[in-house]
Design a protein around this ligand. Sequence first.
Ligand SMILES: O=C(O)[C@H](O)[C@@H](O)[C@H](O)[C@H](O)COP(=O)(O)O
Length: 266
Amino acid sequence: MASASPNLYSFPNSNALAESLRVYVLRAQNSALSRHESFRLAVSGGSLPAVLAKALLAPGNGSPEDTPQFSKWHIFFADERAVPLDHEESNYRLLKDELVAKIPAELGSPVIHPIDEKHVHDDDPQELADLYQEDLMREFAAKDSVKLPVFDLILLGCGPDGHTCSLFPGHDLLREKDAWVAPETNSPKPPPKRITLTLPVVTHAVNIAFVATGAGKKEILKQIFDLEEGSSLPSALVNQGAGEKVSWFTDHPAVDGVAFSRRGSL
Ligand SMILES: O=C(O)[C@H](O)[C@@H](O)[C@H](O)[C@H](O)COP(=O)(O)O
């Protein structure tokens, strides 16, 4: 269990949130590129890709620190649905439509790591998960054998039941210790078959950020941040496992009634 608390930020509107998220992501990029040649991140589906696009496609101030170097980005999926890549429920398609297709040519193109489409119709998504894990191993463990990949940044959403990635409350998958990527066959959020990064991989990242906005999130955020009964929720387990490495980007309606101390700027 990590000792220090996560950072909870709350902003008055989506523009203010996107501005700070841009600063945060580009700090993570610049720090990663000072350590190695690429910026390796994982992103979720849901509302996140659109917020990320708003943050990253905004005109910056032109300085090197404020410029996304997309050609050095390797983008993985924190979770993905077992559907073809052009399916309307695909997180790959969502990210492509919301962000990747809109990146101006002069900023370069990221390397995207999709799931293996050949296995999306398998009855059991185990093979899909194993192949995705192999992709991660090629990227993170090519030279040395590493126990866990170290993403520079993982960007997550939080569902109204407290799920994150495709890690759902009460599912056995929350106890997974060895696999980097695991199958989920019974997701309460459709579609039921998915693959997901496991909790040890998420909490091992250098930085982890959640984006959660709107009044629909306030009950679950109260449970996650203030109440003992919320402590076993997947998003709360990320807070406990990664502590101060975790930053939450919320708007005021999402944290209305939440007692945990929050800040209005990075
Ligand atoms: O593919 C998925 O279903 C997502 O990765 C999922 O974990 C999402 O991030 C949350 O459900 C929050 O979604 P919203 O941001 O849309 O509330």
